[in-house]
Design a protein around this ligand. Sequence first.
Ligand code: C5P
Ligand code: C5P
Ligand code: ZN
Length: 472
Amino acid sequence: MSTAPVPELAETATACADRLHAADRVLVASHIDADGLTSAAVADTALERAGIEHEQLFFEQLDTEAIDRLAATDYETVLFTDFGSGQLDDIVAHEDRGAFTPIVADHHQPAEAATEYHINPLLVGLNGARELSGAGAAYVLARALERDGVDNRDLAATAVVGAIGDMQDSDGELHGANAALVAEGVAAGALSEAKDLAVYGKQTRPLPKLLEYATDTYIPGISNSYAGAVEFLDELAVDCRAADEEWKRWVDLTDEERQTVASALVQHAVGRGVPAEKIERLVATTYTLTDEPTGTELRDASEFSTLLNATARYGRADVGLAVCLGDRTGALETARELLRTHRRNLSDGLTWVKEQGVTDAGHVQWFDAAEEIRATIVGIVAGMSMGTDGVDRSKPVVAFARESDTETKVSSRGTGSLVRRGLDLSVVMGEASEAVGGGGGGHDVAAGATIPVGEEEAFIEHANELVGEQLG
Ligand code: C5P
Ligand code: C5P
Ligand code: ZN
């Protein structure tokens, strides 16, 4: 085995790997989002290469029922990826009565109970929302599982898709342990990184669409305006149309042409009075999966992660996992169809929030989407809504959506600057949900919960008070 990618986690990872090698067969349980799917793909591939028999299950939430279901199987070893840390009280209770041996590779805020085989950046002083994701924790395990000449460094590319899916690059690039993973992926020839225009869709979107939808840094006259984007592109000394008059995509341009478009875009933004700190955010680090074909969702870590969210959050984790494991036929086609629906749902959700507006509770702002937005994507919509019209970035946003007849899903999102001032949404979601008979957790900057229907207002009161205390 070669050097460990995250030295702080090396000892625990080795213990987990030894335990897995000693197991007859392993049940892997993972979360249903991009980070969960990629954590599963990394774990499954590493187990496969190690010759360890395994089966994969996915859960929207690792609640009591889910853990009971795992305990009821005849598997003696259960590997949890991208969740498990927050549910350790429950998991350890099953371990203590001999139901299974848990092995956890996660990055969420751990519960009180401790267990022997537990890989989590937060246990060694690393940041679980910025420095390592669930897929990253699974990658650390995958490297420790290497025996007999197996080299799992190619899996760093998959792990980076997970980190990007969890928005661990929200300030423009990956840091810390994540950066170490990137370096391993680059060394293995599976990944490359470059400073590039920070807009979504560089691989797949026609140029005017690319710019029209690039609203993170709002550029007057171009953002949200197809005609404006066309006019801007047509005035450039760059041929943005292919021979058949179809629009080129960003990846179809030469380096020089990209430079020209990017500079013109910056100039345009400056001319329209966009502040310098926003203009800086137009450039960020892009992570490219170099083995994937140019012009596909799979080549760009950000587009790949969205494609995965479009599967697992709609009950099709099997499709997303198959794509991660290399299925480029049926599963990829299905994923692309699901992506169209997902995009439409995100756009409709954002429009709904914009039209309905949010309620200001003082320290938090909130909206209740009830059945208007799927519970599995309301968190993404809440995050995207921050900084748009009517949703200000100086307060965390709390969103509700109907999960079932009896349960309401809660999602909350903050910002890096609120976290630096003391915000910890994982604590807020945990305590406020417990106060109304629910449960929750997550990260400082993004967390969630499930509460009984009817407790929404009481929940907001608690959350509002807690955030007020945290922000002093
Ligand atoms: O369950 P999990 O850890 O995978 O999900 C993390 C969530 O936190 C993602 O939905 C991600 O978008 C969100 N997040 C965020 N802003 C950050 C970091 C994470 O909204 N800076
Ligand atoms: O569901 P949502 O995207 O809002 O989740 C934000 C973060 O909170 C994710 O990391 C998720 O795993 C976590 N979460 C949790 N417990 C819940 C709901 C969400 O730990 N009941
Ligand atoms: Zn995660």
